[in-house]
Design a protein around this ligand. Structure first.
Ligand SMILES: [Fe+2]
Ligand SMILES: [Fe+2]
Length: 437
């Protein structure tokens, strides 16, 4: 079986070719697109391993070429690249890549991808054949693992496709964000933009006049609301009002009651804003916390149907695994934070929001704005401890972890106890606000 290896770098070509030979396959190094086109006239390979970027050509030129040719499009292609952007992985998948390897990669990773692409269960590298005494049971187990990996790859690409099917945020959200960044904009610019959408206007006025904002007089126009509440709060309100349809879905598989995800999202957003203010984050960081609090579990909307499909395995994984994220990763290959992060990247939202959503269960890994991510993690945990809009399984930080987290925000370790009454009032107000929308 011949495997074409297309890479402009000689060392890379030799490295990949050696591994291919060790599997008993025949590597054929190819250094340019022209050479590939000519060689394909003479021979059809079993597999192509191609560099994403060939100098002088568009990205994924080989993949593009293969997928455009009717008689070639069934040849599996594995992409190698030194870039690790999610968009690249998505684009490669869309174009039909069967595998994706980020350089430098090790032998094991390449062999795994080749197995998946060729759907070969027992391809064994030469010189590492199993000892003759190996039992049939072990081999069966190996095959099972291999089949699981194939299924997992299939699932992963189905999930990534599902992300693409979620509609982008309404154009008005981006326009409002643009206006906020425009120093010359004023309240009537916002009014002009928002009143074009009657449902949004009505929803926003209801939100502004709810007891949550406790304004001294009734607000009748969006421009008044902008003056009263400030640009950043308006941005959060527009986002909240325009995502309600998306979130008002039933997601029983994650333990939410009817509209529970919408309630949970709003509660976490409000608690995040409250914690962020208390920790003296800047006004724009405070509003970022509100937005990422609102969107933190959006990945569950995408993973929900897949989790349902594997409900039995999911339940048993939760009982044996430490966390929901681990169970999701084990069964589906992604956790809901990662999927939410990919969606937000597609929506072109800023990096700090992407990070807070991606890492809300792993705040210690944040690097862009660790404080914002920590706030979301705390708000999520606090919301579950308050007993409103519960999610399943509830991930709780133990007292020591919580105290450490508040300390990192320069807040007293017993901050929650000190603010118990205010937090409970806030949660009740949010539940009321949500009910009126
Ligand atoms: Fe979560
Ligand atoms: Fe959550």
């Amino acid at each position: 079986m011949t495997v074409f290896v297309i890479d402009h770098n000689k060392e890379s070509t030799e490295y990949i070719s050696q591994i291919i030979s060790s599997l008993g396959l025949v590597p054929k190094p190819i250094r340019s697109l022209a050479a590939l086109v000519t060689t394909l006239q003479l021979e059809t390979p079993r597999l192509i391993i191609a560099e994403a970027l060939l100098p002088g050509y568009d990205d994924f030129i080989v993949l593009q070429y293969i997928s455009d040719q009717k008689e070639l499009k069934d040849i599996p292609v594995i992409i190698t690249t030194s870039r690790s952007k999610r968009e690249d992985i998505l684009k490669a998948r869309q174009l039909g890549a069967k595998g994706f390897l980020i350089k430098p990669f090790d032998k094991k990773a390449l062999i795994q991808q080749i197995k998946l692409a060729l759907k070969i269960k027992d391809l064994t590298p030469a010189g590492t054949s199993p000892p003759s005494g190996r039992t049939a049971g072990t081999r069966r187990q190996q095959q099972k693992i291999s089949l699981n990996s194939i299924n997992n790859e299939r699932l992963k690409s189905q999930i990534l496709q599902k992300i693409e099917s979620i509609p982008s945020l309404p154009a008005i959200v981006y326009k409002v964000m643009q206006l906020i960044n425009d120093e010359n904009s004023n309240a009537s610019d916002f009014e002009e933009l928002i009143v074009k959408d009657q449902a949004l206007t009505a929803r926003m006025l209801r939100m502004v006049n709810s007891s949550f904002f406790s304004l001294s007089r009734k607000v009748n126009s969006i421009s008044d609301a902008v003056v009263y509440l400030g640009h950043n709060t308006i941005k959060s309100l527009v986002l909240g009002a325009s995502t309600s349809n998306l979130f008002k879905k039933s997601l029983k598989v994650y333990g939410y009651q009817k509209e529970g995800l919408w309630q949970h999202a709003n509660l976490v957003a409000a608690l995040a804003r409250y914690i962020a203010k208390s920790a003296n984050l800047t006004p724009s960081e405070v509003e970022n916390c509100y937005v990422s609090g609102l969107l933190h579990d959006i990945g569950k909307l995408i993973l929900g149907p897949f989790v349902e499909q594997y409900a039995d395995r999911f339940t048993s994984a939760i009982t044996t695994n430490e966390s929901l994220s681990q169970a999701e990763k084990e069964i589906l290959g992604f956790d809901h934070g990662e999927i939410g992060g990919i969606l937000l990247t597609n929506w072109k939202l800023p990096k700090n929001l992407v990070e807070s959503v991606t890492l809300h269960h792993f705040p210690a890994n944040a690097t862009v704005n660790p404080r914002e991510t920590l706030v979301i993690s705390l708000a999520n945990n606090l919301s579950n401890r308050l007993g409103f809009a519960l999610e399943q399984p509830v991930e709780r930080l133990n007292q020591e972890q919580r105290e450490k987290a508040y300390k990192r925000l320069n807040l007293p370790p017993d901050w929650e106890e000190q603010h118990h009454d205010e937090i409970t009032d806030l949660a009740n107000q949010i539940m009321e606000l949500i009910e009126n929308l």
